[in-house]
Design a protein around this ligand. Structure first.
Ligand SMILES: [Zn+2]
Length: 449
């Protein structure tokens, strides 16, 4: 089906360009009973909206829960949720059963991905066996897998969920990872402090930065939540260390004065003080924080309904990240939309070597309330439930296929016939394809492979 935009903004080469009379094809699988018919062209006329075509986001920190915990989420449900959020690439963490610490186990996960994923999925392998922090995983063999199979590429090594407590083991891991051209992606948590104490985070970051200085390993820090961490990372970058980091939407939008006795506020690291949130926002603005990842961590309803103290740690985020950040950071004037796109797409892709592919189409003025019941993710626990946001993803295209289309939106925007004939439609579609294929900074066209 064709979507015909009277006007749309298309993100290209780092900025938005206004395009008039923009025609967009979304996959044949998508039906829309009310679409106009003219000269054999089924097209939906979209007028008077604030439409934006944005390169597919890349989330370097998600939990897809398979293999091992498919009652929480599956690769199918998790990647569909991601597509609905405008993501075309996700990197799932290895806290799975079995945990991918050797090629055989990673292969098991890769087979599920190959079978069920609707977007690109580039998994992590573990740093240590069973993520126990005692013995290194089979790093050389894991890193070598992609030599024989391009699809066996790993995003890096991570023991996410746990900090590696032994400094000497972490040093060995960095030496090995560097040897094989892979990044260490660290959940920093020093267990000698309670996780509510931000020292649990920044003390381990401090330790690891000293090890990076020694080993020269490429190092990425997960879910930065504390102001002291920000200061350490800023200093390390000034020093020229090969360091990057992420934070998550909830740390930028919430502080401890806003949390309630509810499992939907329970995650690790926890939501900290106002001063931490302010430091994170400043760090996002000045580039100390390179990217925003969701730490999408679905659990069952039962696991999240036990109040703050007893619920499991983790909230979902793939379907709310862009609307929440757009509403809270862009519409308030803190960041430009272009900056937000760099944080969600360009920066993670560059740092992790993730191929650009696909794009999503948004109606940026569409306002609505976040409703977890409507999530495609099996996880429903989010601190943003009921929040009013702007920005609705109406379609996501990956590798030439429409992997998400908001049919309800399309139904509610039934327009008159577009008046476009078949020849015009073909010509306009070609133009759109050519435009989206432009590189660098382009989005990787729908038919570019
Ligand atoms: Zn973590």
């Amino acid at each position: 089906m064709y979507l015909h935009f009277e006007e749309a903004s298309v993100y290209m080469n780092g900025k938005f360009e206004r395009k008039n009379d923009f025609l967009f094809y979304i996959g044949e699988g998508v039906s829309c009973a009310s679409s106009g018919l003219y000269g054999g062209i089924r097209a939906l006329d979209l007028k008077n909206g604030n439409y934006a075509v944005i390169p597919g986001f890349a989330d370097v920190h998600v939990h897809l829960r398979e293999p091992g915990f498919s009652y929480k989420e599956t690769i199918a449900s998790g990647t569909k949720a991601a597509a609905r959020g405008g993501y075309t690439t996700v990197c799932p963490m290895p806290n799975l059963n079995p945990a991918p610490h050797c090629p055989e186990r990673l292969q098991e996960q890769l087979s599920l991905i190959e079978r069920d994923a609707v977007i690109s999925v580039v998994p992590y392998a573990t740093i240590t066996k069973e993520q126990k922090g005692e013995e290194l995983s089979e790093m050389a063999a894991l890193a070598a897998m992609e030599k024989n199979n391009k699809k066996a590429k790993i995003a890096g090594f991570s023991d996410d969920g746990h900090g590696v407590q032994s400094g000497s083991l972490m040093k060995q891991a960095m030496v090995e990872a560097k040897k094989h051209g892979k990044m260490i992606v660290a959940h920093c948590e020093d267990n000698t402090f309670p996780s509510e104490d931000s020292a649990s985070e920044w003390r381990q970051i401090e330790r690891d930065l000293a090890l990076v200085r020694e080993t020269g390993c490429a190092y990425h820090i997960c879910h930065v939540s504390a102001k002291e961490s920000v200061a350490l990372i800023r200093q390390a970058k000034q020093e020229g260390l090969d360091v990057s980091c992420e934070t998550a939407p909830h740390y930028l939008v919430l502080d401890s004065s806003m949390t309630e006795d509810d499992g939907c506020f329970k995650m690790n690291p926890p939501i900290r003080e106002k001063a931490d949130r302010e430091a994170l926002l400043a760090a996002v603005k000045d580039g100390t924080i390179d990217m925003i990842a969701t730490d999408h961590a679905p659990h069952s309803v039962q696991e999240k309904e036990k109040g703050f103290a007893d619920s499991l740690m983790g909230i979902v985020g793939l379907e709310t990240a862009f609307p929440v950040l757009y509403t809270e950071l862009v519409l308030t004037g803190m960041l430009s939309l272009e900056q937000l796109i760099r944080l969600l797409s360009e920066n993670p892709r560059r740092r992790f070597g993730l191929e650009h592919s696909g794009y999503s189409i948004w109606e940026l003025d569409e306002e609505y309330e976040i409703d977890p019941a409507a999530f495609l993710s099996m996880g429903k626990s989010t601190p943003f439930s009921g929040r009013r946001v702007q920005g609705r993803c109406i379609a996501t295209v990956f590798d030439g296929r429409t992997v998400w289309a908001d049919e309800k939106f399309m139904e509610s925007h039934r327009g008159s016939n577009t008046g476009i004939n078949e020849a015009d439609a073909k010509r306009m579609q070609k133009q759109a394809e050519m435009m989206l294929r432009t590189r660098p900074g382009g989005m990787g066209g729908p038919y570019s492979r």
